[in-house]
Every structure is written in C-alpha cells, then in structure tokens.
Design a protein around this ligand. Structure first.
Ligand SMILES: NC(=O)c1ccc[n+]([C@@H]2O[C@H](COP(=O)([O-])OP(=O)(O)OC[C@H]3O[C@@H](n4cnc5c(N)ncnc54)[C@H](O)[C@@H]3O)[C@@H](O)[C@H]2O)c1
Ligand SMILES: O=C(O)[C@H](O)[C@H](O)COP(=O)(O)O
Length: 385
C-alpha cells in the first residue's frame, strides 16, 4: 500500500465497526461513517474499503472517484444492490455476508406462524408449509420445521438444476401450501429470474385461506397485482416485511397485510454483528492481517437470557419474550399517514432496538422431553439433562 492509513467508508448503520476494526487490526484505520442512501462519489475519494448495507447502489457511477478501492463489502445477505460485474471489471474484491441474518429471518417467520396459528386454534402438523427459495434462510426454515415433523414443500429450480432432489414446481407449491414463505434473492435476468415471480396468475392460484409471507425482496411479488388480488380474495392472510419501491410504501397494501414490517426480518443484533464479523474476516484476508477474535467475544449476553417455565408453556409466548414482530408492525403503521413516510421507514430501521435470537434465551424447567425437544429444534437453548 502506498500509505499507512487505511480509509474505510462505511454505512452508519453497520454496528461494531469501531470495535472490530479497531486496535486489534494493528493498522491505522480512518473510519468514515456515511448515510447509505445519500452516499456520493466525492465521499469515496481516497477510500480503500467501502462497506455498505442494502440501501446503497454500488455501481460505476458511485465508484467513479474511488480509484484506490481494495475491497467492497456488504453487511447483508442480498446482493441485488451491487454491480458485481463492474467490480470484477475493475478487479475489486467483493464480499457479502452469506447467512449472517438467516436465523433472524427464520425466527421472524416462525414467530408469525406460531402466533397466527395459536389465535386460530390450528395445529401446524395439520398444515403444509411451502418454501420458495431454499438457500440459507429457506433451508434453515425447512430444517427447523422438518425436525418438528411439519409437512413441507420446497421450490428451488436452481438447486434442482444442479441435480438435487426433493423439490416441486412453482405451481405445485403455490396450489398446495397453506403457508407459503418466499426466500429467494431478487434476480432480474438469467434462467431463473425472481422479479414478479408471483404475479396475478400465481397469486390467484394460492390455496384457499393461505398465509403468504414475503421476507425476501419486495419485487419478487408484483405489488400491484398483490393489492388487486387481496381486494378479490379476503380468504388470504398476508405478511410483508419487504416491499416494492422501498422506502416508499403503498398504504393501501399495508392495510391489506395482517403483519407489515419495515424490512427488519433479519435485524437481530446477533445477525448484524455476524455480518460485521464476516466482513472483518474478509478484511483480514485482503490486508494480510490476523483474523479477528471470535464473534462470541463481541456479542453481549441478552438482557433476558434465562427463563423458567412450566411444561405447558405456550411456544408463541416464549418466542414473544425474545422478539415480538407485532411491535414492528405497530411502529410501521404509525408512519403511514405522515408526509415523510419514506424517511420514517428508514428511521425505524436506523433506530431499531436491540433484538436477540431464540438461542440467546436459556429455557429452564421443562421436564417433558418431547416439549424440550420441540423448543430445542425451534432454536432455544435447552439443557436436556
Ligand atoms: N427481510 C430481510 O430482512 C432479509 C434478510 C436476509 C435476506 N433477505 C433476502 O432473502 C434472500 C435469500 O437469502 P438466503 O440467505 O437464503 O440466500 P441464498 O442465496 O442462500 O438462497 C437463495 C435461494 O433461492 C434460490 N433461488 C434463486 N432463484 C430462484 C427462483 N427463481 N425460484 C426459486 N428459488 C430460487 C437459490 O437457488 C437459493 O437456494 C436474500 O437474497 C435477500 O434478498 C431478506
Ligand atoms: O439482505 C439482507 O441481508 C437483508 O435484507 C438485510 O436485513 C438488509 O438490511 P439493510 O442492509 O437494508 O439494513
């Protein structure tokens, strides 16, 4: 390197950069925190490293003045905001954080499923759950539900094309799933595009009384067609964490959703820190310095980290102790009538409270082995002695 100071330009909402990219790097780091949506080419002059979240479009225009960039990282799973071909053409190494917040998304989905079924007095074992996109998120959701004996359908043409088995086609999962969960990336071209994967025809074909959950990317469902479909089909229940045209929401569509949240399904503190840590590991490789301390070194104990319950504790009650998505739903709805709704959407995300994952809660007092196994399979920490 031509200079001793490494300049990192980073989104203001990537946590723990100060501690993970601090003294233990043994380097002189200049950390420039920026607002991701407003980042300009001028702010990248002299930058060695750019670290973003999903709201920053990283492309030729943004990087036009970043002549000495040695690494671009996104503290997210999704990569649809990154022009990877352009980065490759300039030889700039790029990294995302695969799986970093997958458990958080899975727990968002499980929480909503358990709360909804409890209210409706319906048992999960009597339903079929369909998963479209069975990667890190969908795969972990599948695994937790499989361990519980739930009937499952998986749709993932790219995996099927690679010779893996056990998948069904899109029509089958749409027509047969009582609960349909979308966990694909947003892909606009190629053999398996996901943009508007669910449009009018697919939405109208959903199984009667289906629960549709999108915690992938907003444009995977045609939101106009979704609104029209919800007008025609009051049997459907809709849960949306992601939206077409974020941060601008269609309040009429929000109104149709049983749960509406501001793209926070993956926002556990564990997941965010895991994302930062993954980028820190890649930073070590690029700059040839030792790997950081393990993630557990940076992750604090949860504020509520142990609870003693009876055997017949309701599972959704335990989930709500760790995380209550309905709180996020209420907060989003309050912003809808405001003129600056898009700004408030971003603010809800920026000021998101510390939320932990199920594993941060040690559950004591369950002597029933079957119940203890269910809780363990759902992700809680259980001592099975
Ligand atoms: N709401 C949130 O907070 C949040 C958090 C994390 C991730 N996400 C989104 O969820 C997406 C999935 O995350 P992941 O970690 O599981 O990604 P992943 O890359 O591990 O898995 C995606 C899966 O989707 C499959 N897929 C691709 N095209 C498909 C198609 N046309 N039909 C069906 N399946 C298809 C892939 O083969 C892969 O198995 C991310 O790309 C991101 O956009 C959202
Ligand atoms: O792709 C991801 O990892 C998630 O969608 C992530 O939660 C996005 O968060 P953001 O970067 O928008 O803060």
């Amino acid at each position: 390197m031509s200079k001793n100071i490494v300049k990192i330009v980073a989104d203001e909402n990537i946590p723990a950069l100060e501690s993970m990219f601090g003294a233990d790097t043994g380097m002189q780091i200049e950390l420039d925190r920026v607002a991701g949506r407003e980042l300009s080419p001028e702010q990248l002059e002299g930058a060695d490293v750019l670290l973003v979240r999903s709201i920053t479009q990283v492309n030729e225009a943004l990087l036009s003045r970043a002549s000495q960039l040695k690494m671009v990282g996104t503290a997210t799973i999704g990569v649809d905001h990154i022009d990877q071909a352009y980065l490759k053409s300039r030889g700039i190494p790029f990294f995302n954080a695969p799986g970093c917040n997958a458990d958080a998304v899975v727990e968002y989905v499980l929480n909503i499923i358990y709360n909804t079924l409890f209210e409706r007095r319906v048992a999960l074992k009597d339903l079929t759950v369909g998963i479209i996109g069975v990667g890190n998120v969908g795969g972990r959701l599948y695994e937790r539900l499989r361990l519980l004996g739930v009937s499952l359908l998986m749709n993932d043409p790219p995996r099927e094309q690679r010779g893996e088995s056990g998948f069904v086609d899109l029509n089958t999962v749409i027509q047969q799933a009582d609960i349909l969960c979308l966990h694909t990336p947003l892909v606009k071209s190629g053999e398996h595009p996901t943009h508007h994967l669910l449009a009018e025809k697919e939405l109208l074909a959903l199984k009667p009384n289906a629960l549709l959950i999108n915690a992938g990317r907003g444009p995977v469902i045609d939101n106009s067609a979704l609104f029209a479909c919800m007008e025609r089909r009051d049997d459907l229940t809709l849960v949306l964490d992601v939206w077409e045209h974020e941060p601008q929401l269609n309040p009429l569509l929000v109104d149709k959703a049983m749960v509406a949240t501001p793209h926070i399904a993956g926002y556990s503190y564990d997941g965010k820190l895991r994302g930062t840590h993954m980028l820190r590991c890649r930073f070590s490789e690029i700059f040839g310095i030792p790997q950081p301390k393990p993630l557990s070194h940076y992750l604090p104990q949860a504020l509520i980290h142990e609870v003693t319950v009876a055997n017949d504790v309701a599972i959704h009650d335990l989930m709500n102790i760790v995380y209550d998505p309905y709180r996020d739903d209420r907060a989003l709805r309050k912003t809808l009538l405001e003129e600056n709704q898009p700004k408030l959407f971003d603010l809800l995300r920026k000021n998101y409270p510390v939320r932990r994952e199920f594993s941060s809660l040690r559950v004591l007092g369950v002597s029933d082995v079957d119940k203890a196994n269910v809780l363990k399979n759902l992700g809680f920490t259980i001592d099975l002695t």
